[in-house]
Each structure stands twice: as C-alpha cells, then as structure tokens.
Design a protein. Sequence first.
Length: 324
Amino acid sequence: MEHFRRPRRLRATAQVRDLVAETRLHRQQFILPMFVREGISHPVPIASMPGVVQHSTASAIEEVRALLDCGVSSVLLFGVTDHKDEDGSYACRSDFILQRTISELKDTFGDSVFVFSDLCLDEYTSHGHCGVLDAMGRVDNDRTLLRYQELAQSLASAGVDMVAPSGMMDHQVAAIREALDDMHATECGILAYSAKYASALYGPFREAVDVQIADGGDRRAYQQDYRNQREALHEVELDLAEGADMVMVKPASYYLDVLAKIRAFCPVPLTAYQVSGEYSMIISASQAGFIDRKQTIIESLTAIVRAGADNVLTYFAKEAAGWI
Ligand code: PBG
C-alpha cells in the first residue's frame, strides 16, 4: 500500500481546489437561446419552462442589454408565429420576426453581441415537421434543402452572424454554405447541429415555439437514434467536409460520451445544447426542494464543459453568469 499518496491534500481548502481545477466556466462560453414571437407587445411566459418567455423584438433588445451587462455576449434566436403553412415559406420574408429582431439587435449592439439564428422549418410548418413533405407524408430531404437555402439567405441579409441548421437533413450544411456564398455572405458562419438526437428532452420546447407534430408523429426518420454513438462521429465528419464552422451535440447531459468522443478528433469548436427538458427538470426538482438549484446548474454546466464542449447553449446563461 502506498500510504504516502494522499489525493485529499489537493482538496483540503477552496484555494487549493481552485488552483488545481481542471475545468472552469466562463461567461463568454454561454449562448442564450431566445424565443421571439410575432404579434406580442409584452413577454409571454412559457408554462413548460418556468422563467423563460417568448419575447417581442423590443423586449428581446432589453433582454440582450441585460445579458451583455452580465458578461454573456451570444444569443441564438428562434422565431414563433401563428402563420404556419405547408412549407414554412412565411419565415423567409424579410419582415418576419426573426429577421427584424436580428437586424435590430445588430443595429443596437453591433459586434458587442454575436447573433446565431436557428435555421429550421418546424416552427413555421402547419404539420410541425422540420422540412417539407412529399406525397407520402415523409420529409423530402432535397426539397427541404431549397427552403433552408432561401431562409439562410434571408437571415444573412438581416445581418445574422451565424446560422444554426437544426433539421438534420442530409447535405444541409453544404446547401446552406453554397447559398450563402452565392450571395457573397462569406462572413456568415454555420453552426451545424451535427449530432442531434430524437429526444424526449425537447418536450418543453414544443410549447415554447407552439409546435405539434401532426398525427402524433415524431422526428425519428431524420434525427439520430439515441442508441448510436458512432453515427454521431460520422455526422460530424460529413458536416466538417461540408464546411461547418462549428458543430453541436444536442441534448447535452445525457450525451456526454458523444461530446467527449467528438472532442477527441474534431478540429472546430464544439457546442453543446442543454435543452428545454434538461432545464425544466432542474427547475422542477429544485422547486420541489429535492435538489439545490444553483449547485445543480453549475454542476451540469461544468460537466458539459469537462466532457469537451467549448461553449454551451443554455437557458441558464444569464443566471449562471451571475455566479461565476
Ligand atoms: C427544431 C429544434 C428543436 C429544438 C431546437 N431546435 C426541437 C425538435 O427538434 O423537436 C429543441 C430545443 C430545446 O428543447 O431546448 N427546430
């Protein structure tokens, strides 16, 4: 027995623990997901995500101002609308809530804020799928890409810094890169939701964006099967080859193995999305008094970064920034 080895020496005080900590959280690592809704003048609470709201453009501007004051400088926007149609084309209008909010944010804060936009169709389609449907009611990959290209160009015209395609269509990164380069939007980047799993943890989000998938459907024909890990590495390889500037794993906490594996070979920055279900589970368990809210939030974010994420999309961004 090696009695002279005592790991507890490095745990004895807060000072020495801080000195040897392998993982540190920074405010600049956080990206706040935000919902902007057409036709509202005041923020609307989202019941399934206590503490999260749907914003008007004006209230989004104020929220970003507060966020910048807390030291967080990145946001990712989702649009919410009652105008839904078969192919989500309404979202491509230059006066849609997403485009208007993006340009107001950039006009107001300039480069102080880095603006991502989610790029998908489910929030805007009448059937709630992430793409357009074929005659059989299946999501038509290649026709969907045309819509993604149109939406990407529209978001780039509004001044978005980076688009984040979340639909899990094959070749979506290549199609969007081509569309952006065609309009000389070479500065606009792509954060690929490369390893996005078909997850029960998106449940609370569906209320946030008013999405119901028609006929009790699901997204398993395009999002990844959570039984698979190698498949995620393959998706990342494809997205890198197609020109992704950054890649993402989503959800985060149940997928730390995937994060760690991708980190090991992926040369570009890696984002993790701590999704609505992860958020609401922590909120409800802490409201019930079962866990400590602050400790659990910090532990969850630290674990995600320890596993290999360079930055984290989290609804806790503002709150957590106040603690670190
Ligand atoms: C699809 C999209 C979803 C989320 C982000 N983008 C939902 C889905 O794929 O069903 C979920 C985010 C969250 O749960 O916080 N556009």
